[in-house]
Design a protein around this ligand. Sequence first.
Ligand SMILES: Nc1ncnc2c1ncn2[C@@H]1O[C@H](COP(=O)(O)OP(=O)(O)OP(=O)(O)O)[C@@H](O)[C@H]1O
Length: 531
Amino acid sequence: MANIIANEEIIEAEQEKTSLLLFSNELAAARDGHSLQTVVTKGLKNLLQISEYLLSVRTNDQNTHTVFLHDNDAPYANDSRFELITNKNIPIEEDLLQVVFNSEIPIRFSVDELLVPGKLKMESAGFWKSVGVKSITSISLRVGNEVIGALWTFNNKDENQRLMSGISSLIAVALSNTLASETIQSQFNQISSYQQQLEIENQYLQEEIQITHNYSEIVGECTPMTKVFEMVSQVAATESTVLILGETGTGKELIARALHNSSQRKNKVMVKINCATLPPNLIESELFGHERGAFTGAIDRRIGKFELANNSSLFLDEIGELPLDLQVKLLRALQEREIERVGGRTVIHVNVRIIAATNRDLYKEVQAGNFRSDLFFRLNVFPIKLPPLRERKEDIASLASHFLMKYAKNSTRGKMSFSNKALKQLVTYSWPGNVRELEHLIERSILLAESPIIQQVHLPFSENGESTHLLQQNAIKTIDEIEREHIMFVLKKTNGKVAGQGGAASLLKIPSTTLNSKIKRLKIKKGLAGI
Ligand SMILES: Nc1ncnc2c1ncn2[C@@H]1O[C@H](COP(=O)(O)OP(=O)(O)OP(=O)(O)O)[C@@H](O)[C@H]1O
């Protein structure tokens, strides 16, 4: 009889060894929390016939421990109270944990006893009792001398301490490897996200260098502009949000750049977003970025302008065009200084200085219900209003000379100047497109000038004398397009007459043969010129 029992024990020990070996092989292959969970769940079922367990780990601060994984099929897995337990960081000083961590063998607790006042206490004991757990058997998970966590099994009837110790040693090594590999993975992700941010920043910087001219020279000596410069220097060094107001082409972006360049953030590039040029469905991702798969077409994770502008300034141009639903999100970002990428769950802290600009009357937009009042008050901390050019006529001559120098530099004409007549024309015009319109007109006049002195400028008057091309100011035209338009404009004035006195050639001060060949080359037809 004794022989039979001994024999059975040998067979059982052999089977145990084989199962442990298999378990150990499977554990060795687990690289992340998910695969570890699958292997542990299966292993505990096979080896201990238990289906409910928890694995807890010490957190990085070493003072608390938290649930790392559990059996997803447990009947209470979706219970909100259980969720609370799994999300909690429990202080290591808790008596019960000390008992588990200080022991190398499994310890069994009766849930009823854990509920008796004055005895060993476990905060979640009430929950375990309510879901039918009568006993909890726990063993510390050790790698060398270090306790890295604990294995908690429920209603475990197995008395085989040796087997449970063996299992816990195997799980401890696998858990430690998984934690290390997850840390490496998260550091790797962090590095690649920094790398991606750097690449985007670099690309942005290069684009900005191409579009940013020398903005150190802002022309303006009139009283309203002097006031603007004073305000810029008052506010630049602070962290205040600035709202720049003014009609189109008055220099709002120029002032925004000057402000950024005089601030403490000047060593980082100012990031710009134009709320009017982006389709509404793209603005959110442009502002806040998106996670991979957040929406159709989001094939990669992308950081938004807010993140790009971290520790720098974000210039929100045409803020009045921002759709209402995004105004809410922007307000939250400004208030909390935190953003979430589209489709993302983590909150990202950002340190961004906001400079906004608009050519709309935002107060009126608020009254019309197109702009949120709370966002308006948030932005309107320090408004700077730029005067329209018609209200700073004293600056027109110096602005015109400034642009003449800028554009004549690239032409072969050498030093150029304006005739008194041309200057008078510039000063009396109403400039609905403001400085931008003046700049374009000077550029065009240089191209069309026949001598170093610009005798007259061709202002865009329609039949009734009003400006006609305000809306076209933003379009970049080729020289041929400008030349074609201008020739058509002059032909219209001369009723199609090209040569002779009062003809287009003499107005344009070019030989009629030259004009005719231009008309042919630029495919100007009589009908097209409106003649
Ligand atoms: N005071 C100035 N001195 C020199 N150049 C100026 C001045 N103001 C504006 N400009 C030039 O006029 C053009 C238009 O300026 P900017 O883009 O800053 O205007 P804006 O008010 O932002 O226009 P929009 O409302 O259409 O965006 C730019 O090329 C800018 O360099």
